[in-house]
Design a protein around this ligand. Sequence first.
Ligand code: FE2
Length: 253
Amino acid sequence: MLFQKKEKISLPEIIDIHSHVLPGIDDGSRHHDMTMHMLEIAVSEGITTIVATPHHMPGKGYTPPDKIREMVTQLQIEADNADMGIRILPGNELFYREDLLDLLEEGQVMGMNGTDYVLVEFDVMADRPYIRNAMRNILSLGYKPILAHVERYPAILGKDYETIRILRKLGVLIQANAASITGEVGKDTQKHMKKLLKEGLIDLVGTDAHTDRNRAPRMQECIKVLEKWCEPEYVQALVWKNASELLGDEKSI
Ligand SMILES: [Fe+2]
């Protein structure tokens, strides 16, 4: 069979589902100027929506939902005043520990754009049963977890990704970082990303941007790699459509 060039589907929108763009509340953006520069970079990368997901983690940051909403509203006003054409939505990156369940029940943490979807991270040494039980616990409360940067947990990258398959069956969405797909964090990680993507085991790609320098909100290089590895419809789902649906956008296509 002759080589067939994959038909390209354009990306009218790019949603960055994971970002530490809000200034001074976690280990992300240090100050207001850096935040504005991060937004400029995001716009130059074609990103049309950023979900601000500050850490909710002992020692790294703890900001109440009302404060996150207030900061996002203020940042949106500034972005609009500067005619940036970018939307910023509130979220949280929740570090899993037992008392997180109480906080979820009490509504003391921020879902993605106020929905039942919650971005959840673990200690990098968390084992398979721990991650599975944690996700079951979160689901049992009626929340829909998104596993942040799946590539960071060695325990679930083994055994032909059995745990990742189980998590997806349970209803967990799987997020990967753009820099892991481009190879910036190492070839081994990139190999895992390629396999996971080839098997359709990733649902969302985000930047997990922390600064305007080495961890900036960049997506274009990643999209180039995705276009080499994946069908156009899947690329579209990864960087836009799946995120759009979970954020409650009216219509994705
Ligand atoms: Fe993060």
